[in-house]
Design a protein around this ligand. Structure first.
Ligand code: NAI
Length: 398
């Protein structure tokens, strides 16, 4: 079959399932090359099918030998024109690889925000997963959430607050560099974004798991945040997403209180900027990444999600090199925020324009390759013959 990469703006639709398989295998190989580490054994990952959640799952399974449950919201194939989403295939190929090594890998492809999903997962933990989990990772990114009690639907928006932000952006589909004007969010939009991307659902998960008695003593739960720097503060840290991330910190305190009697801990992990489905639609962010990646790649510190997450779990959370800030947040983003890196990135970003943005002076090619890899395209080691021989029936039978 011919797999086609399709896009609308910076949103990718096409998928190459065999490329996704190769990408999952490449990430597994990366983790195995680093060797084994002591980590958690029974892990629940909410938002497990792509980027940070998938990388977390791969590191923990293939580095620490963990059994995993992954919750995600993805679509399977329907026709040759509609092959579904990359995360659907990532789930399946991850499961196949993990089971081949004797690990449990259970996928729940359903709405994480609903009460029903939480109860389904709890039932599974009790009946088939040994009764308890010792790590819960919350790595969900979504633009919509249906409130599980009222049925009301909320949309998140990526906007600034109280200021119009003007700056360079890239339309990946059209390969166009343009000036983006971002208007500030309304009060309602701010509140709705916090409702979707804030910590409420994370807390609801932890309350449900605690009440059901499926959390191990000393359980750890983490939530991925982003703080960024002066270069993106106007549209991220000081914007609607920044408000949602601040809410996660409030909810982390609530969860810490909830878990006191079992000595559990909730930790905010401030992760680095990476190319993901979620981050490529943040206005201006692709240009920030192009500047940042060039500098960090030249310094040898640029990381993909698997490199970053493997370092977080292996070296930091379950290793001896954890760096926490004065608010108790884990700070693997210190490489990105290194003042020298930021200074150089800022200088470079100011020189990026419509004539040179795709040149090697910027991190454009790094960003684009990572972007295509998300949907299984341009993947190192891709088996073209296998791709061509794959039929819709093969995919429907997965
Ligand atoms: P992503 O878009 O690659 O993955 C999101 C995951 O959530 C997928 O597994 C998707 O299936 C799942 N999901 C979405 N809606 C769902 C629903 N209703 N029910 C069940 N699953 C659902 O996102 P990415 O970029 O990996 O983000 C994960 C977290 O990491 C987010 O909190 C994000 O803010 C944070 N982060 C991302 C950074 C970046 O540069 N991409 C930087 C630092 C933090």
């Amino acid at each position: 079959m011919k797999f086609e990469h399709k896009m609308r703006g910076n949103v990718s639709f096409g998928v190459n399932p065999i490329g996704c398989k190769q990408e999952v295998n490449n990430q597994i190989d990366f983790v195995k090359e680093q060797g084994a580490y002591e980590g958690p054994k029974k892990v629940l990952i909410i938002g497990a099918s792509s980027s940070y959640g998938l990388a977390t799952r791969i590191s923990l399974a293939f580095g620490a030998n963990a059994d995993t449950i992954g919750v995600s919201f993805e679509k399977g194939p329907k026709s040759e024109k509609n092959l579904g989403t990359a995360g659907w295939y990532n789930n399946i190929y991850f499961k196949q690889a993990a089971e081949a090594e004797g690990l449990i890998a259970k996928n729940f492809v359903q709405d994480a925000f609903s009460h029903e999903t939480k109860q389904d997962v709890i039932k599974y933990i009790k009946e088939e997963f040994g009764g308890k989990v010792d790590l819960v990772v919350y790595s969900l990114a979504s633009s919509v959430r249906t409130d599980p009690d009222t049925g009301e639907r909320f949309n998140s928006v990526i906007k600034s607050i109280d200021q119009t932000v003007v700056g360079p952006n890239v339309n990946i589909q059209k390969q166009e560099f343009f000036e983006h004007v971002l208007e500030p969010a309304t009060e309602e939009e701010i509140a709705d974004t916090v409702k979707v991307m804030g910590g409420e659902d994370w807390q609801l998960w932890m309350e449900a798991l605690k009440e059901a008695g499926v959390l191990e003593e000393d359980v750890l739960t983490v939530n991925y945040s982003y703080l960024g720097s002066d270069l993106n503060r106007p549209y991220y840290g000081d914007g609607t997403l920044g408000q949602a991330k601040a809410d996660c910190e409030v909810k982390a305190d609530n969860i810490n209180e909830l878990l006191t009697d079992i000595n559990g801990k909730a930790t905010i992990v401030v992760a680095t900027a990476v190319t993901t489905k979620a981050s490529s639609v943040i206005p201006f962010f692709p240009v920030y990444c192009m500047g940042l990646y060039r500098i960090m790649a030249d310094n040898g510190t640029h990381e993909t999600p698997i490199m970053h997450q493997d370092r977080i779990y292996r070296d930091m959370l379950y290793g001896n090199n954890a760096e926490y800030d004065d608010k108790g947040r884990l700070r693997p983003d210190s490489w990105e925020l290194d003042p020298e890196v930021q200074k150089e990135a800022e200088t470079l970003i100011h020189t990026i324009n419509e004539d040179n943005f795709t040149s090697d002076k910027t991190g454009y090619s790094i960003f684009m390759k990572e972007y295509l890899n998300l949907a299984g395209f341009d993947v190192d080691g891709y088996n073209e013959a296998e791709g061509e021989e794959t039929t819709l029936d093969d995919l429907l039978a997965l």
